[in-house]
Ligand binder design. Structure first.
Ligand SMILES: [Zn+2]
Length: 100
């Protein structure tokens, strides 16, 4: 089944909302923030939606945990790349810095 564009739009809104909630709940309840991330990814997957770039850096793609630089993740820049180190699963993610 091919999802309708409208469904994608709704899904995107929900994904954004979930990340917002994850952000606000993270301090008090990091596990709940992780659950929001998982849920957001599930929603995105269901309609084949790509998670927006700015949100991709907010969670660990390996363990799906919500990432907060300085708290549960370390951010380094190296050769025009940003390297995120997840303290939860101890894996790295790399992003190319693009100027736009
Ligand atoms: Zn991780």
């Amino acid at each position: 089944m091919i999802p309708k564009p409208k469904e994608k739009e709704i899904a995107l809104e929900r994904v954004k909302q979930l990340f917002k909630e994850a952000e606000s709940v993270f301090k008090k309840n990091p596990e709940r923030a992780d659950r929001y991330v998982q849920l957001a990814r599930k929603i995105a997957m269901k309609v084949n939606l790509r998670i927006p770039r700015e949100l991709k850096r907010r969670f660990c793609k390996h363990c799906n945990c919500y990432l907060k630089p300085g708290i549960n993740c370390r951010v380094r820049t190296k050769n025009k790349k940003v390297v995120y180190y997840c303290r939860n699963c101890k894996k790295f993610m790399r992003f190319v810095i693009s100027k736009k």
